[in-house]
Design a protein around this ligand. Sequence first.
Ligand code: PLP
Length: 440
Amino acid sequence: ENLAEDLDALARELDADHVFHSWSAQSQRSTLVVASGRGTRVWDHAGREYLDFSSQLVNVNIGHQHPAVVQAIREQAELLTTVAPSTVNLARGEAAKRIVGHAPPGFDKVFFTNGGADAIENAIRMARLHSGRDKILSTYRSYHGNTGAAIVATGDWRRIPNEFARSHVHFFGPYLYRSEFWATTPEEESERALQHLRHVIEFEGPSSIAAILLESIPGTAGILVPPPGYLAGVRELADRHGILLILDEVMAGFGRTGRWFAFDGYDVRPDLIAFAKGVNSGYIPVGGVLISDPVAATFEDRVFPGGLTYSGHPLAMASIVAALDAMASEGIVDHAREIGETAIGPGLAGLAERHAVIGEVRGEGVFWAMELVADRETREPLPAAAMARLKSALVARGLLPFVVDNRIHVVPPCVVTEEEVAEAMTIYDGVLGTALEGEG
Ligand code: PLP
């Protein structure tokens, strides 16, 4: 046992001395050690257990250490661990076939990348080359990744210190709880957000716009489920002006919403689909772009000027095949939908009844957010200091939360059980009741 505690201490020491962390001032890094996992739970070396209601970065859809995926990686490693992207490889073809199998008709090709950001990067490149236009439109409330065009496409604060690229325009998407459009119903929000987008397109010059890039359901920005008619309306605007529609399914795709793709729930067909995270639950880094036939045809006789050493990496490909097969045969996507309807949704609604600090809960499947407010009337966001206190209290009680701004995102793996949801609800309930005493 002492040895195990020593390992945790060693992990923390090495991290503090030598690891440079993302998106943080280095003096403020986390000290939480994760050494192993299974399903919805993870442990440090000493055996302290946590319920993972973050799915790490909302990517471990199939749960930690799914045996079939681990086994597939092991078998592929014995056969061939790496190969050049220009070669033909069976695992790559099988992975692409699985992904195409979940897409609507008219999507037959997949370009593989190392993760989500470069999927966006390449989707933007394809849209620009296919359309011969330059501008990309995306929303302020979005996150699309941390590389050149993807970080500029991102709307949140992370864009601003990185903003040196060309031809990018942001607009406001629908968000009824904090409407930019003085809307009071989902229908109004949808209609007015579309009018706003129509004006942005007209004032930017429709013939200069290559693509509109949208997360089907903005994730990090707050799980902003689009109101009725919005995505279909965007499609219509894009069609009217020969603009492509790129849907970012990196976080929302592959089971998170209880559907294979989040946009399956809406009357919309994109031209390009970016994916990553849930496609193999991050067991090996991978992402990609699903390409519709007309865009793919552009590059039939014309060189596609993009590529990556690890595009279609065999270990990633084997993990995709195993993960998607297991998700299908074990009914994991249906389970995500059901657990959202029967346990997470009702659980969060119950919390909102008991705690005035919850301004709104929204979501579906295993993709939910609780938006916390200092005042239900004014909807003033709960201050950062209180959010930080909530976050530590949740971790102290054994729950790994996903906290962004004034929200707790409730995003466990798709395989989370009813008992685990009940356990998590008890922890949220306790923490909202005690950690915020004297506030809200
Ligand atoms: N797009 C969306 C919607 C995301 O949520 C993310 C990551 O959180 C990305 C793109 C970037 O993916 P990655 O971090 O794999 O580059």
